[in-house]
Design a protein around this ligand. Structure first.
Ligand code: ATP
Ligand code: MG
Length: 364
């Protein structure tokens, strides 16, 4: 029988190397141990966490999606961390509010990939290297999920935070392992925020490191000839050398939603309670201009929650305005806190402009 300390060590180790089966075994032993000590509440709590987590962790189910075993996943040599995350795509492109140009391009990419064999028989290859850019929260990640779903392929999220190693040469080695892995079978591989690296480095070091990582990445991308659809996503497109654009078959810019799209996101996310009759959605949407899809979604969901708790059905315009003001406050807080958001803030309407938009909604 293992001691508690030994069990905790096994749990942490299994978690670090992404070994779901050993993690579960050790956690179950730990629960049994706590029960033996008559710590029933703690044992039940941990058991519950384990049960809930079972549906969300990369377990046997997600590994089966890709026909692989945990031990075949690419890992960082020093830390043992898994470099990719396998996701079963659930969101569909139809469920997203997309600009017409983006929807059409994605449909064409999907069409080419569905008929890749025909194209290959003519010596052609389908569009398979795509760059998604644009500000945070505007749908790059969910669009990649939608593409994977449309192609009935698993989505493999490449974790750049895990790829970048402090050991010389290890970053490029990790990238190579990832490319070797995604070549093994068709999938949609999302190299999400591929330009985002350790925030602890100084700006100068970060810039040098970033250039190195991005360059190795783009070289491997260039040489890639597998059947996997590669999508790279960034919200720092301004940092990338424009000569690199030609390496991609398609480049899509996911912009913040226009008034019509804002209106659509509000409607889609308030269907549970509905909106009070006579709500001037047009005006309200104008007042939210400059926010991201994620911001608008949050506003609609917050207003829904507040209305449920106040027992006010359907949702009143005032509840949406209050949620919008809260969200605006959160956005400017985050803008101040993260350097990543500096660029985001400069592209958004100023605080005053956004405030005026909402005031305009309030006084008809
Ligand atoms: N076009 C869209 N239609 C509907 N909902 C959207 C859309 N874009 C984003 N959302 C909502 O906003 C959330 C965040 O979107 P997502 O993670 O795709 O943004 P992102 O562009 O990848 O941001 P980041 O640059 O921070 O990674 C999603 O979970 C989704 O619910
Ligand atoms: Mg994303």
């Amino acid at each position: 029988m293992s001691t508690t300390g030994e069990l905790v060590r096994r749990i942490v180790q299994a978690f670090m190397i992404g070994d779901a089966s050993s993690f579960r075994t050790a956690a179950e032993e730990y629960i049994a141990e706590e029960r033996r000590k008559n710590h029933h509440v703690l044992a039940r709590d941990i058991e519950k966490l384990l049960l809930n987590g079972a549906s969300t962790t990369a377990s046997a189910r997600t590994l089966a999606l890709i026909g692989t075993q945990s031990s075949d996943l690419p890992r960082d040599k020093e830390r043992g961390t898994v470099l990719v995350e396998i996701i079963e795509p659930k969101r569909t492109l139809e469920s997203l509010v997309l600009a017409e140009g983006i929807r059409n391009t994605l449909s064409a990419v999907i069409h080419e990939n569905r008929h890749a064999d025909v194209l290959r028989s003519y010596g052609l290859r389908p569009a398979s290297k795509i760059l998604f850019c644009g500000p945070p929260g505007c749908g790059k990640t969910v669009a990649a999920e939608g593409v994977a779903q449309a192609l009935y392929l698993p989505l493999v999220l490449v974790r750049f935070d895990a790829i970048v190693s402090s050991y010389l040469g290890e970053t490029a080695a990790n990238l190579r392992k990832v490319f070797d892995f995604v070549r093994t079978r068709p999938m949609v591989a999302l190299f999400d925020e591929f330009d985002a690296i350790g925030k602890s480095r100084t700006a100068e070091e970060e810039h040098g490191e970033l250039k190195r990582v991005v360059n190795s990445f783009l070289q491997m991308l260039d040489r890639f000839r597998g059947e996997t659809l590669l999508i790279a996503a960034t919200n720092h497109q301004g940092l990338l050398d424009s000569a690199l654009w030609r390496r991609f078959d398609e480049i899509l810019f996911f912009d913040r939603p226009d008034t019509e799209a804002i209106r659509e996101i509000l409607v889609r996310n308030t269907t549970q309670l509905g909106l009070e009759q006579g709500t001037d959605l047009e005006r309200l949407s104008r007042g939210l201009c400059g926010m991201s899809h994620a911001d608008i979604e949050r506003i609609a969901l917050d207003a829904t929650k507040a209305s449920i708790l106040m027992n006010r059905h359907p949702i009143e315009a005032e509840a949406l305005i209050a949620s919008a003001e809260n969200q605006r406050r959160r956005v400017s807080l985050t803008d101040n806190m993260t350097s990543k958001s500096e660029q985001h803030a400069s592209q958004l309407p100023t605080h005053d402009q956004r405030g005026t938009c909402l005031d305009e909604v309030r006084s008809p």
